[in-house]
Design a protein around this ligand. Structure first.
Ligand SMILES: [Zn+2]
Length: 334
């Protein structure tokens, strides 16, 4: 806290002798540059009688009307001008005493504190909700676990450890099934948007792999490696269900449709990495063959160091939303 504020406010109550001593000593000790500051008008507690407090810097305080919030220039920091504002703008308050305006200041401070607290709590609750949604997605748990298990468990723990008041705060975190689902969709969309922006008209290498989930449905996953600024990054690109058999044509159509829907061009695809399955590397009907028909310069490699968790353990009912996370740090395209 800047104590000079109180020194300035109390200056009105200093005695004439003090002022004489001050002026004589300051004329000897203070450098000439500081004398200019003496010209700025200082605030006096008495000005509260006219409904004015102050704002701005200690050196150049500005009069602030506690009724309408109007701020005036430092030059208006004189009783006559402040009184005129009160009489003209707030004539009904002319007869009010100083303590009335003091109460106004106190109430206004309390209101702003309340408002700030409400905003802070709301923001925190939203952040907590997103964090929990991310955790649920990463752990591949049902969206309903937020309201059926995580929320109640949290409330019990917080109530036991921190008390009833903390439990009330925890209750403000939205964890319903729909909210979690929406949060995950939001984050998926955001990540997809970021990847699309990064990929826009830039060369990239594609790694794809297909797997079967626990319901027996074939899922095709795509990862990209691209140049982002000064570094090369790996990024999860898509997870699409293959409708029919996992043939080279089926896989190619799936990737090609994704490219078309995302406005990606095969011309920017410089490399493709897959496993050595015939559907991928087959000379006539493999995915590589179809891809090279789109861009003959694509370099193909069949070596996949796939270190992400096996997709077969995931439940397809979560759709692509569960796969919004970035590619595993150790994943390699080549
Ligand atoms: Zn006013």
């Amino acid at each position: 806290m800047d104590l000079r504020k109180f020194l300035t406010v109390n200056s009105a109550s200093t005695t004439a002798a003090d002022e004489a001593n001050f002026s004589s000593s300051s004329s000897m000790d203070e450098p000439p540059a500081k004398k200019a500051k003496i010209n700025s008008r200082k605030y006096s507690e008495d000005y509260l009688n006219y409904g004015f407090t102050w704002t701005g810097s200690v050196d150049t305080p500005l009069p602030l009307c506690v009724v309408c919030g109007n701020t005036k220039t430092n030059g208006a920091m004189v009783p006559s001008k402040l009184k005129r504002h009160l009489e003209k703008v707030h004539p009904s308050l002319v007869s009010k005493y100083k303590n009335y305006f003091e109460r106004l200041i106190t109430n206004s401070a309390k209101q702003s504190q309340k408002f700030e607290k409400a905003v802070r709590l709301s923001d925190k609750a939203q952040i907590a909700s997103y964090e929990v949604a991310q955790l649920i997605a990463q752990k591949m748990k049902p969206h309903s676990i937020g309201e059926t298990l995580i929320g109640p468990a949290c409330r019990i723990m917080v109530k036991c450890m921190l008390g009833k008041e903390a439990e009330t705060e925890i209750n403000k975190i939205p964890l319903s099934n729909d909210t979690i689902s929406r949060r995950i969709a939001d984050m998926s969309e955001n990540i997809a948007k970021n990847v699309h922006q990064k990929l826009n008209n830039k060369i990239f290498a594609l790694q794809i792999d297909e797997s079967t989930d626990i319901s027996g449905k074939a899922q095709l996953m795509g990862f990209v490696r691209l140049i982002n600024g000064d570094s090369i990054i790996n990024q999860f690109l898509f997870c699409q269900e293959l409708s029919g058999r996992t043939t080279g044509k089926e896989i190619f159509d799936c990737v090609d449709n994704f490219f078309k829907n995302s406005n990606f061009s095969w011309n920017f695809c410089t490399g493709i990495c897959t496993d050595g399955a015939p559907a991928m590397v087959g000379n006539e009907k493999g995915f590589w063959t179809y891809a090279k028909q789109k861009n003959a310069d694509i370099i193909t490699t069949h070596r996949v160091y796939y270190t992400s968790r096996s997709f077969s353990s995931q439940n397809s009912s979560y759709g692509t939303n569960i796969c919004f996370g970035r590619c595993d740090k150790n994943s390699q395209l080549y």
